[in-house]
Ligand binder design. Structure first.
Ligand SMILES: Nc1ncnc2c1ncn2[C@@H]1O[C@H](COP(=O)(O)OP(=O)(O)OP(=O)(O)O)[C@@H](O)[C@H]1O
Ligand SMILES: [Mg+2]
Length: 168
């Protein structure tokens, strides 16, 4: 169940602004560190689902998110490679795109549970295709296209930990 308290909406007027939101979320998660949130094990990673139509800004958001790790690595869309890992500041971010994945078996082969250890953050685009096969998300972010440059990002906390970093 989610209440209005679990939902935050932000509007972005440019791709830079969307990337800045991604960076800000990463900074908040890094700052939260392994702080214990009531009722949850601190030693688990983060699962963040990014939903929304093609070109709505999901990958741009991840590019900003990864900037917070201070890695000098270009962020590419993992549409064809499925998953790209990034490491920095003692954290591993795995960026996954299930757009071209057709079967749940392929998702099972990815052993996503193993990518959710402490200090790991998993960001998934097009995860809604396989919602039943994914672990529960800490945050779900839905991207909507409101205009050529205008996007709305709706953040929904799915766990106490996820809610603890909202509002952004
Ligand atoms: N406010 C904005 N935020 C993000 N992207 C924007 C914005 N305004 C325009 N854009 C453009 O929209 C596109 C977003 O592309 P992006 O690859 O991030 O989308 P995506 O949601 O990952 O799509 P896909 O589902 O195909 O992976 C880019 O071309 C970007 O320049
Ligand atoms: Mg993308």
């Amino acid at each position: 169940m989610s209440t209005d308290n679990d939902i935050r909406r932000l509007r972005s007027g440019s791709e830079q602004e969307t990337a800045a939101f991604g960076k800000r979320l990463a900074e908040r998660i890094i700052a939260a560190g392994s702080a214990t949130v009531a009722g949850e094990t601190p030693s688990t990673g983060w699962l963040i689902l990014l939903t929304g139509t093609l070109g709505s800004g999901k990958t741009r958001f991840v590019q900003g998110f990864v900037e917070a790790l201070c890695v000098q690595q270009e962020v590419i869309s993992p549409t064809f490679v499925l998953m790209v890992p990034y490491k920095g500041r003692g954290i591993q971010v795995n960026h996954l795109d299930l757009y071209r994945v057709d079967s749940a078996d392929e998702v099972a082969d990815l052993a996503l549970d193993e990518l959710l250890d402490e200090r790991q953050i998993l960001l998934i685009e097009w995860g809604e295709k396989f919602q039943d096969y994914l672990p529960p998300a800490d945050l779900a972010i839905e991207f909507s296209v409101l205009g050529e440059q205008l996007r709305e990002l709706e953040f929904r906390g799915g766990s106490a930990k996820g809610r603890s970093v909202l509002p952004l």
